[in-house]
Design a binder for this molecule. Structure first.
Ligand SMILES: Nc1ncnc2c1ncn2[C@@H]1O[C@H](COP(=O)(O)OP(=O)(O)O)[C@@H](O)[C@H]1O
Ligand SMILES: [Mg+2]
Length: 230
């Protein structure tokens, strides 16, 4: 089971292990798709899952015209990243210009502009956990008062979330869309139902176990033992 939270170590060690004939959970393909927000959004859209409107641009000018069509506020995210890091809420064109100008001087990955509509959600999102073919737990992540991002790494507070049939169905379909086996699915609540915004291939669970009472590590171990026997 791949547990490295370093993106590059994660996918490269998985690739190396698979090339030596080992079975890795999640496999290289699932890890490559879900650890890149653009590839993940494309997989979700291809599977016809509800997902926030997302545009892709490669220059400052095309990013600004994409933002014009999305409308402000909008969100700019790095294609590779987690814990909410370097995701920016752009409230107007001046904020957009400032962030885009900074990005122009960063590592080339940061000039792949992944731009998304700002979803009108309550100040929380949902993280569900899928192991094998089961949604085993879910939490709301309630935003702290000083950050628009709800990640627990940003002070978001975990609270047990009921696994409704819609949450279960979308979580399983999103997992399948990226080819994952053990993943965390991020969703937001909109007036028209849930949208899935990403799938996480090396999901953490330290806040979810106490909030839900679900023993995620044991379920993971049982799953890994069961697939070894197959
Ligand atoms: N389009 C959006 N509209 C509103 N809030 C968003 C949007 N995208 C992300 N967020 C908020 O930012 C957080 C981090 O975004 P996410 O895409 O999950 O990236 P990360 O990999 O850093 O967790 C989300 O959990 C959510 O609270
Ligand atoms: Mg996330």
């Amino acid at each position: 089971m791949q547990r490295s939270v370093s993106h590059y170590r994660n996918i490269h060690s998985t690739a190396a292990l698979e090339s030596l004939g080992h079975r890795v959970v999640n496999n290289f393909q699932a890890a490559s798709i879900s650890s890149n927000k653009l590839f993940c959004s494309m997989a979700l859209a291809r599977a016809r899952l509800p997902t926030p409107k997302t545009l892709l641009a490669f220059t400052e000018d095309s990013a600004l015209s994409s933002l014009k069509s999305l409308g402000y506020p909008a969100v700019l995210k790095p294609v590779v990243g987690s814990w909410g890091r370097l995701s920016a809420l752009l409230k107007d064109i001046d904020a957009a210009r400032a962030v885009l100008e900074d990005r122009e001087y960063m590592y080339p990955m940061y000039q792949v502009y992944y731009l998304q509509e700002f979803v009108k959600r309550p100040p929380r999102d949902i993280r569900s956990f899928v192991i094998g073919e089961q949604t085993v737990a879910a939490i709301y992540r309630n935003a702290s008062s000083d950050d628009w991002r709800t990640n627990t790494a940003r002070g978001g507070k975990a609270e047990k979330c009921p696994i409704t049939s819609q949450l279960d169905e979308l979580s399983l379909k999103a997992t399948k869309a990226v080819g994952g086996e053990i993943v965390g699915v991020d969703l937001m609540e909109t007036p028209d139902g849930l949208v899935v915004h990403e799938v996480n291939n090396t999901t953490e669970f330290k806040n979810t176990v106490p909030a839900t009472g679900v023993d995620i590590p044991s379920i993971i171990v049982d799953y890994l033992v069961s697939i070894q026997k197959r």
